[in-house]
Design a protein around this ligand. Structure first.
Ligand SMILES: C[S@@+](CC[C@H](N)C(=O)[O-])C[C@H]1O[C@@H](n2cnc3c(N)ncnc32)[C@H](O)[C@@H]1O
Length: 202
């Protein structure tokens, strides 16, 4: 019996051999599900979510990652890809290059688009993504390159473009999370708790 491989937030980019899950009825989606409600699975071998968590409010993302940890088998792996906040700041808001007010206006809108455009809810840097995964109960967080993995089933499954990453550094963070932790560092956890309150109090 093959073990379960879940491709979450797949959109139209379905993968053969995986259970493709999305909250919309795209062609090829095997299960329509709002993953903020929970993941009705167990003993999952691999979970893959490309460009999903930035579309979830921070608390929903944290709960989703906790669910991922809960439904993964003890040796299971979660592979995530999400826009890299460091890349956004490095490439999209460049006061040193402004020659006129229009340049500043453009960068202002471009930066806000990165945060709020396309339904984005929260952007992560490398450290906050790792801290959130630890908070969700993962013990090991490994950074990966686009298309590469120590695990054969997780190689070559990204579908988004690399947008000239050679010149700018990676525009997406790709990580594989596994194992178990009892949380993030207490100081990191306290900091996240403080800002979660601020983010929620709209
Ligand atoms: C930016 S698209 C990424 C699609 C695909 N993974 C890719 O990389 O091209 C985000 C996808 O996540 C799905 N999504 C957003 N919120 C979701 C939720 N709460 N539960 C399940 N899917 C969700 C959207 O419908 C959309 O297909």
């Amino acid at each position: 019996m093959p073990r379960t491989r879940l491709h979450i937030g797949c959109g139209p980019q379905t993968l053969a051999g995986w259970t493709n899950v999305d909250n919309r009825h795209y062609p090829g989606v095997d299960r329509v599900l709002d993953v903020t409600i929970g993941l009705p699975y167990s003993d999952v071998e691999y979970l893959f979510a490309e460009h999903l968590i930035e579309h979830l409010a921070y608390d929903d993302a944290l709960n989703f990652l906790r669910e991922c940890r809960r439904v993964l088998a003890p040796d299971g792996i979660l592979r995530l890809s999400t826009p890299n906040l460091d890349w956004v700041l490095r490439t999209q808001y460049l006061p040193a290059l402004w020659k006129c007010d229009d340049d500043a206006v453009r960068d202002c809108f471009v930066l806000n688009r990165a945060f709020k455009g396309w339904g984005h809810q929260f952007l992560y840097n490398r450290q906050s993504l790792a801290a959130t995964l630890r908070l969700a109960g993962f013990g090991v967080v490994e950074e990966c390159r686009y298309g590469e993995s120590r695990h054969e089933a997780l190689r070559g499954i990204e579908r988004h473009d690399t947008y000239g990453d050679e010149d700018t550094g990676p525009h997406v963070l790709i990580v594989e999370a596994s194992g178990r932790s009892s949380g993030a560092e207490p100081s990191t956890e306290a900091q996240i708790a403080e800002f979660r309150r601020a983010i929620d109090s709209v």
